[in-house]
Each structure stands twice: as C-alpha cells, then as structure tokens.
Design a binder for this molecule. Sequence first.
Ligand SMILES: Nc1ncnc2c1ncn2[C@@H]1O[C@H](COP(=O)(O)OP(=O)(O)OP(=O)(O)O)[C@@H](O)[C@H]1O
Ligand code: SF4
Ligand SMILES: [Mg+2]
Length: 333
Amino acid sequence: MSTPLLEVRHLVVEFPSRHGTLRALDDISFSIAPGEILGVVGESGAGKSLTGAAIIGLLEPPGRVAGGEILLDGQRIDNLSHDKMRHIRGRKIGAIFQDPLTSLNPLYTVGRQLTETIQAHLPVNAAEARRRAIGLLQDTGIPAAEQRIDHFPHQFSGGMRQRVVIALALAAEPKLIVADEPTTALDVSIQAQIIQLLKRICKERGAAVMLITHDMGVIAETCDRVAVLYAGRVAEMGPVHEVIHQPAHPYTAGLMAAIPDIEIDRERLNQIDGAMPRLNAIPRGCAYNPRCPRVFERCVQERPDLINAGATRAACWLHDAHEPHVALSGVGA
Ligand SMILES: Nc1ncnc2c1ncn2[C@@H]1O[C@H](COP(=O)(O)OP(=O)(O)OP(=O)(O)O)[C@@H](O)[C@H]1O
Ligand code: SF4
Ligand SMILES: [Mg+2]
C-alpha cells in the first residue's frame, strides 16, 4: 500500500457541557491513500460530520480535538493556526457540503469565486485563471460554461449549483476532497449523477475523496474502502466489496438492509431496532450491545477495538480468536 495521503490517528473530539464532557468521537483511526475514495457511513449522530469537520479544521466551538492527530502528506494539520488551516483548506483539501449555498457567496458570480480561489493558490494570471475556471465548469457538466461563468449562484438550479461547488472544491487542485452528504439536499433524480460526477472528476485528477453519507447504496457504487461509524467509533472498516457482501460487524449487516438490490435475508435484516445512543448514555462494553442480535456476555462488559475479521476489521468480540463464539464467516452471510 502506498504512503497515506491522510492519516487520522486516535482522534478524540469532545464537547464540554453542563453535565460534564461529552466525547463525540472516541479513538477514530483511519487513512486514505492518494486517489482513493473512502466512504464514511453510519446512522445519524454516528460522528461522520464531526470527523470531516475535524479534518478540514472547521469544528465548531466548543467542540474541540481533545486527543490524537491528523496528518496530511505526513504533516500534522490538527494543531495549525486558523490562517494556516485556511490555506490548507482550498489548496490541499477541498470541501463539499450538503447545501451548495454554504460554499458559495451569493453576491459574487461563480466565475469570480472560481478565479479568486485559483489565483489565491496557484501561480497563474487572471486570463489563465478564467480559462481554467471555464474548463472546470465544463468538466463538471455545466452547459454553456463560457456564459454561465458570469452568472450568480441563485441563477443555477440546485444540481447545477452543486456542480459549481465541486468545481470550486477542485479549483486549487487539492489532493483530498471531503464531501459531507453532497447530494442529500438535491432532488433524488439527480443525486446519482452528481455522485458519478464527483467520482469521475476526482479519479481523473487523482484526488482522494472522503465521502460521508448515510446511504450504503452510494457507498457500494462509489467507494474503494469504507469505514462504518457507530456512536463515535469505527465499527468496521475494509474494502467496500467485502464490507458489503461479508459484513463482519452486526451493525454493518443491519445497515445493508438499506440497499435494495443486494442479496441478503431481508426478513432478518429489514431494519435495526432501537436507536443510536446519546453521547451521555453510551452503553458500557460494546456501544451496539442493546441493539445487537448477537450480543453475549462479554459485550456488556468490555469494549472491543478493531480486530481482524476476515477481509475487514471489525470492533466486535465475535471475531476475537480467543472467544468461543468466534465467527469465521461474515455475520450477514
Ligand atoms: N455542537 C455540539 N454540541 C454537542 N454535541 C454535538 C454538537 N455537534 C454534534 N454533536 C453530537 O456529536 C455526535 C455526532 O454528530 P455528527 O454531526 O458528526 O453526526 P453525523 O454522523 O454527521 O449525523 P448526520 O447523519 O445526522 O449528519 C452527535 O451525537 C451529535 O449530537
Ligand atoms: S461485540 Fe457483541 S454486542 Fe458488539 S457487535 Fe459484536 S456481538 Fe454485537
Ligand atoms: Mg452529518
């Protein structure tokens, strides 16, 4: 495996609160290789957006990185000043959020926003920046890009606006794109197009992507590897095909029910009963134990870390070699 582009090591994110400190991310570790698409999936509240926000340096106070480190190209970026981080965002990391309007300034034409970003980070003159901006709009599928470049964000439809945001995220040729639910706010009929665009354009440019979504179907079609988050921890991580077809963690197996065309026992896995625990009530032992169909005694006593589980790694005692309940095949099989 090549040297990671991004490495997240033992990341802890906390929120001070009146009732003590809430730990929202608890020892999250993963890496992304150059050009790789890593999916980050999990139910609402799992910690997906906080993980993305910590990486791009946009955690909202009082949330803070309370432990661990984040490295980009081998350099720590979790302890940089706001100014340095702002430069890295844009030049080295592009961000795409759910609502395209959060990334666009309504008062400026999209051309101005693109050319300013290009010129802020790359040594090109105004004419070259404009030429590149038009190229980016063309590559992201904006028709008549030479005219549309002088339009304002509100003159674009939601889907076209998200294409502009993708162009903007890529404008300074970053090596990593963090995309947090990039299609959730869009019309269902164009979601797949935008995901395919994101995948194609990042692969063409060799940009790695951290794609945050709650949709296992999107993960299946788009990603190389996937990290499944539950209650602020990684429940399972591995190559996308293996995680989907031979999930090793009962929670991943439960999430599979969301993919309509995957062959699984739909009766058994139709939905996961119960809900993700609140941060102030995370169960002892394995956080998933109150909902887990495979729970056994150890699960309510000890918290599992990621362990090798066939082709993936799973935080589940079923895969502990010393455990009599050891499961050799995927739990969803
Ligand atoms: N400002 C905050 N103060 C306290 N807790 C917070 C704050 N922001 C997020 N959290 C908590 O952190 C946890 C993770 O939140 P996060 O936004 O990362 O979830 P998510 O996986 O992105 O969910 P969704 O799918 O709904 O976007 C949640 O329990 C959430 O309530
Ligand atoms: S550790 Fe136990 S409760 Fe947690 S997922 Fe595995 S079997 Fe279920
Ligand atoms: Mg989120």
